[in-house]
Design a binder for this molecule. Structure first.
Ligand code: UT7
Length: 331
């Protein structure tokens, strides 16, 4: 048994105030409230204010997680921000958050694994705790997807939303904390979900802007098929890694992409929906932020209690997937 068992010491999230409903979208794209609710389960999403960037959402979530953990920013050794909507190419959003928090003793970097990013961050951050190199690691999933969405494209424009969630990792009691982790990728599916321009392959130009290549492109049908299969597979791998089965899980916190994907994963794993955390109706798909926001809400509402065993599963662009089994022993 590792004497530096890594676990979550504090959690927080931040959702921007501005609400965009499906009815609002009806006014700007060829869609309907009925279609969006039936095909995705989404009723509304949040959008960052004009003066808010990803680092602002991330900083607020981080402050709440630090408060929940009862530690000061100067105690942080490392900040990891999982995002596909950094404020800019560089400096990293993690460095901007480090400065906002005045986390003067922390290293900082961003991590890109799209919607799997938060669980990837959990995996990376927990390694530093387990080796004993670091005592406190802040892992944040934060996105301002509204800034890279094509608000005229009904194939993608209705799905995404903005928000941030954060956890403080540290040493927890033996038998508690992160019991299992599984990460995976399949780069051959990279073209299914991407932003083509603005990088070194297709630098920003008038042409890339005219062709709307700075917005998210998604092959929804293929991503859907991938998601339905990988959610179950990834969940089973993390359970195997933790030497547990689905019957041991008290609460399932899936990536909030589409209610139909969540329901099909729950069915495959044999979870009644009462065990599944769902908030896609309120926030849409917030990519790397979706799991920590859902986890925070489930903890704060008392749905996840001390001693519960929980399962997190994410999937997304890359393609990537990531899952983790956690024994919740906080507080
Ligand atoms: O975080 C991971 C990233 N993404 C995902 O997990 C998304 C996975 N995919 C999905 O959730 C679904 O594929 C979507 C919600 C994106 C689309 O649902 P779908 O059931 O796969 O619809 P579809 O693309 O097959 O479209 C069915 C019909 C089409 O019309 P026709 O060709 O049958 O006449 C679309 O043009 O619905 C039409 N359609 C819409 N109609 C109204 C597509 N989008 C819309 C829309 N409003 N927003």
């Amino acid at each position: 048994m590792n004497k530096n068992q890594a676990g979550i010491l504090g959690i927080g999230s931040y959702i921007p105030e501005k609400i965009v409903t499906n009815k609002d979208l009806e006014k700007i794209m060829n869609t309907s409230d009925e279609w969006i609710v039936e095909r995705t389960g989404i009723h509304e999403r949040r959008v960052a204010a004009d003066d808010q960037a990803t680092s602002d959402l991330a900083t607020e979530a981080a402050r709440r997680a630090l408060e929940d953990a009862g530690i000061g920013p100067d105690e942080l050794d490392l900040i990891i921000v999982a995002t596909v909507t950094p404020d800019m190419s560089f400096p990293s959003t993690a460095c901007l958050v480090q400065n906002n928090l005045k986390a003067v003793n922390a290293a900082a970097f961003d991590l890109t694994a799209v919607c799997s990013g938060f669980v990837y961050g959990l995996a990376v951050g927990s390694q530093f705790i387990q080796t004993g190199l670091y005592k406190k690691v802040l892992v944040i999933g934060a996105e301002a997807l509204s800034r890279i969405m094509d608000w005229t494209d009904r194939n993608t424009g209705m799905i995404f939303g903005d928000g941030a969630g954060a956890v403080v990792l540290g040493v927890t009691s033996p038998g508690c904390g992160i019991l299992g982790i599984h990460l995976g990728s399949d780069g051959s599916g990279g073209d299914l979900l991407k932003v083509s321009a603005g990088g070194s392959r297709l630098p920003a130009s008038l042409d890339t802007v005219a062709k709307r290549q700075h917005f998210i492109y998604m092959n929804g049908k293929e991503v859907f098929k991938f998601a339905v299969k990988i959610m179950g597979d990834a969940a089973n791998k993390a359970l195997e890694n933790a030497k547990l089965t689905a019957a041991d899980i008290d609460c399932f916190v899936p990536h909030q992409a589409n209610i139909r994907i969540v329901q099909s994963a729950a069915k495959r794993l044999g979870f009644p929906m009462e065990k599944v955390v769902v908030n896609v109706d309120k926030y849409g798909n917030t990519s790397a932020a979706s799991i920590p926001i859902a986890l925070d809400e489930a903890v704060k509402s008392g749905r996840i209690k001390n001693g519960n065993t929980i399962l997190l599963v994410g999937f997304g662009g890359g393609l990537t997937w990531a899952s983790s089994v956690i024994k919740w022993c906080k507080g």
